[in-house]
Design a protein around this ligand. Structure first.
Ligand SMILES: [Mn+2]
Length: 330
């Protein structure tokens, strides 16, 4: 058997029912699954996240987005899940993820479905190499957890250390890092690391009761701070309250609502995004597919915003050639 060819890796579901990348290799956007959950601190299962998010996304197949007025479908292909080792050291797993990501990012704007959050360090390495121009990237990080712990329960690295490592390695600019939804327990040095380094933390506590126009000043501040710097979006589904996303490994009560995260993603669409991941969806703990539908909708929101940005940057002649096909209703 080839590396990573586990039976569960061979499902054929594609995000939004998009074409396989092998069939449409030149689409501007690509989805890829990163089915690895070997670095969690609590409940495992996120290796099954990509398949479940894709299945939930099929409801959006007629998905003209109401804000951006586009469907990402025509501009999107699905590369399937990365074939990864799962009994090797984390550094080896990450090397495989990085190599896959580099290949995809060379030709596409890529969106990755996790997997636990440890995969983000490898994805950031690939994004930094492709889009950084020698400068650290900006990052917007939705999460209940700061992920700036300096170690993983005395192991060097895990799903809660990637941001500390990325800043230390110069992949990410701390002053261009914005965290949203943070609320878990932890030592102050970890919880406030990003702020101590010059970045911004919008805790879930500070966002209580704010939505719609009450979030506009925060959106404006983030856009002003990050400017046109190449920016990576990482969305840990546990940023949402467990009421909206119970299917995750380390749920934290008192979180964001789906509506708050959608408002922020819609308002931040004009940033210079280069890639996104959505991680920590663990379907075994889900109820009524709440978590997978939330994840699919948030990824779709990002893709719709970036598809609109892509189309607005294209010459009118090319646009006529790329007019989306009308999709069947239902
Ligand atoms: Mn988290």
């Amino acid at each position: 058997m080839s590396l990573g060819e586990f039976p569960c890796a061979n499902h054929g579901t594609r995000f939004l029912g998009a074409a396989a990348l092998t069939q449409q290799p030149h689409t501007p956007f690509v989805i890829a699954g990163v089915p690895f959950d070997g670095a969690v601190s609590n409940r495992p299962g996120a290796r099954f996240g990509p398949e479940a998010i894709r299945r939930a996304s099929l409801m959006l197949c007629d998905g003209i987005h109401p804000v951006f007025n586009v469907s990402p479908l025509t501009y999107l292909a699905d590369a399937g899940d990365m074939r990864l080792p799962n009994a090797s050291p984390l550094s080896d797993v990450r090397a495989h993820i990085e190599q896959h990501a580099r290949t995809l990012m060379a030709q596409h704007h890529a969106v990755f479905l996790g997997g636990d959050h440890s995969v983000t360090l490898a994805l950031l390495k690939a994004a930094h190499a492709r889009f950084g121009n020698g400068e650290p990237l900006a990052v917007v990080h939705f999460d209940a957890h700061c992920d700036t712990w300096t170690d993983h329960f005395s192991e060097p690295s895990g799903h809660g250390t990637w941001l500390y490592e990325a800043i230390e390695q110069g992949l990410v600019s701390a002053t261009h890092t914005v965290q949203v939804g943070i609320r878990s327990s932890g030592v102050r040095e970890a919880r406030e690391f990003v702020q101590d380094q010059g970045g911004v933390i919008h805790t879930a506590r500070a966002l209580r009761g704010k939505d719609g126009e009450d979030l506009q000043s925060i959106i404006d501040d983030i856009r002003e701070r990050l400017g046109n710097r190449p920016c990576y979006l990482t969305l840990d589904i546990d940023c949402l309250d467990p009421a909206f996303a119970p299917g995750t490994g380390t749920p934290e009560p008192g979180g964001l609502t789906s509506s708050q995260v959608m408002t922020l993603l819609e308002g931040l669409a004009p940033l210079n995004w280069v890639a996104m991941d959505c991680v920590e969806v663990s379907p075994a703990y889900d109820h009524a597919e709440l978590t997978t539908h939330a994840a699919a909708t948030l990824v779709w929101t990002y893709l719709a915003g970036q598809t609109a940005r892509h189309l607005s940057a294209m010459p009118q002649q090319a646009l006529a050639l790329e007019t989306p096909k009308r999709l069947p209703a239902g």
